[in-house]
Ligand binder design. Structure first.
Ligand SMILES: Cc1cc2nc3c(=O)[nH]c(=O)nc-3n(C[C@H](O)[C@H](O)[C@H](O)COP(=O)(O)OP(=O)(O)OC[C@H]3O[C@@H](n4cnc5c(N)ncnc54)[C@H](O)[C@@H]3O)c2cc1C
Length: 434
């Protein structure tokens, strides 16, 4: 392979992991080129102005207990905001719809949450490092459903806990690894209510894309949009990256930030290790749906949980106006609901209330998106133990990065930044040593 390099490092993907890695490397004087398949920055962070609001079609919430993302919020002086506080809460008990307040629902799920994840801090005392504890490895073999079923909960408690976990895990609970629940709660030192707030309350006031744009603006190097990479070849001299437009770029090293579910589809020579390809082929458990629903107003802000099997397990108001309100909703399985159908979405909402008139819906089909094929990382049982360390291991001059392989808040903005920071340091050190 030629040693005539176009850059020290090519970064594939301009999501949060890619822009963070590129910013850090360029700050250390390395020449970087970022190649992004889409026509925009951000990847699974995807803000669109819809319904007169900044709607987050991808990642939504962030929190000061997420150290990597919050340090960027501080660095760039970004303003975080919380949206409408629920005045009413709906859930099911004894097969009947219940109406109360959010603390009432939290009290209902508290014993289940404590029994399920109260010991997560003991199972995973250092969630920022790869877990090596045997008890954690044993728990990782279970599905979240098995872990819930093993608890001594009433039917009402179990159903309420299940609905809450669908909101967190965006997948069918009999496919979601118990490790997801343990890792999320260990990241807040075992305090499940803090975990709940961290993952569902604060967002950037003027759109989360402010975050990715701020980081990208600090890259001293080229960021090419509409630049899908079609093949990567690497040997001991460096890497050669082929683009869809027929051109080829060479660099000393490459950082690949593609989501886990598409890694095995990429044309990489020599191929990724068997263990990496298997992890990608097996796929994540995240196959759910997130949608925004504009309804006729005025209505009071509310939060509502149904069951794990309902097409929409969780719904709540995010924006409340005089004439309308905008709800955000999640379900475990995107195939259970056609999010382009006002009729289907209206019917799904009727499990809670039949007075909501749906005006418009906005959603992005992440499972069909060829550059994602998943929503946010949720491991299947055993996947963490089998593949986490291996996915972080570079192969020659090829390094992987991304939220999906982060340690602390894997699957979150925070994890993407953590991984971008770690891998850029590894790459810069390796370049400096040669
Ligand atoms: C619906 C949804 C809700 C979420 N909610 C939250 C939340 O509330 N809070 C939170 O913290 N996180 C949330 N997340 C997760 C968060 O958005 C992601 O974990 C994070 O943004 C991933 O960043 P990344 O850089 O690792 O990956 P990505 O953002 O996926 O970036 C990878 C980039 O690589 C590009 N790419 C892929 N293949 C190629 C190729 N061949 N050539 C060139 N480029 C390529 C992609 O286009 C993409 O831009 C959510 C995600 C979704 C989808």
């Amino acid at each position: 392979m030629s040693t005539n390099y176009d850059a020290d490092v090519i970064v594939i993907g301009a999501g949060l992991a890619g822009v963070t890695a590129a910013r850090e490397l360029s700050a250390r004087g390395k020449k970087v080129i970022v190649l992004e398949a889409r026509d925009r920055l951000g990847g699974r962070l995807y803000t669109e102005q819809r319904f007169g609001k900044y709607l987050e079609l991808g990642g939504n919430w962030m929190h000061w207990t997420q150290p990597h993302v919050w340090s960027e919020v501080t660095r760039y002086g970004l303003e975080a905001d919380r949206l409408a506080r629920a005045e009413e809460t709906y859930w099911f008990a004894n097969g009947e719809l219940q109406k109360g307040d959010l603390p009432g629902f939290m009290d209902l799920i508290d014993p289940g949450m404590e029994a399920l994840v109260g010991a997560s801090g003991k199972l995973l005392p250092r969630p920022d490092l790869i877990a090596s504890d045997e008890d954690f490895a044993a728990a990782d073999q279970l599905t979240l459903q098995q872990a819930l079923d093993a608890l001594d909960l009433s039917d009402d408690e179990r159903q309420a806990n299940e609905a809450a976990w669908v909101g967190h895990c965006n997948g069918p609970l009999d496919q979601v690894g118990f490790s997801a629940a343990i890792r999320w709660t260990a990241a807040t030192s075992g305090a499940w209510k803090v975990m709940h707030e961290a993952s569902s309350v604060y967002r950037l006031k003027d759109g989360n894309d402010q975050l990715v744009k701020s980081i990208a603006a600090d890259i001293k190097g080229e960021v090419r949009l509409n630049a899908p990479v079609t093949a990567i070849e690497h040997d001991d001299q460096g890497v050669s990256v082929a683009l869809e437009n027929g051109s080829t770029l060479r660099a000393r090293k490459v950082i690949l930030t593609a989501p886990l579910n598409i890694l095995h589809e990429l044309d990489i020579t020599p191929p990724l290790s068997e263990a990496k390809r298997q992890a990608s082929q097996a796929g994540t458990a995240s196959q759910g749906v997130k949608l925004w629903i504009r309804v006729k107003g005025p209505i009071k802000p509310f939060f509502a949980y149904s069951t794990k099997d309902h097409p929409l397990s969780v719904v709540r108001t995010e924006f409340v106006g005089e004439d309308d309100a905008v709800l955000v909703s999640f379900g475990a399985d995107a195939s259970r609901i056609d999010v382009t159908s006002v009729e289907e979405v209206s019917k799904a909402l009727q499990v809670w209330r039949d007075d909501l008139e749906v005006l418009e819906i906005a959603a992005h089909d992440w499972n069909a998106d060829p550059h994602a094929k998943e929503t946010w990382l949720i491991h299947r049982p055993g996947a963490y133990s089998q593949s986490q360390a291996e996915l972080q291991r570079p192969e020659g001059h090829l390094h992987l990065a991304g939220a999906d392989i982060a340690n602390l808040w894997a699957g979150f903005f925070d994890g993407a930044i953590e991984s971008g920071l770690r891998v850029s340091r590894e790459v810069a050190q390796a370049l400096d040593e040669n």
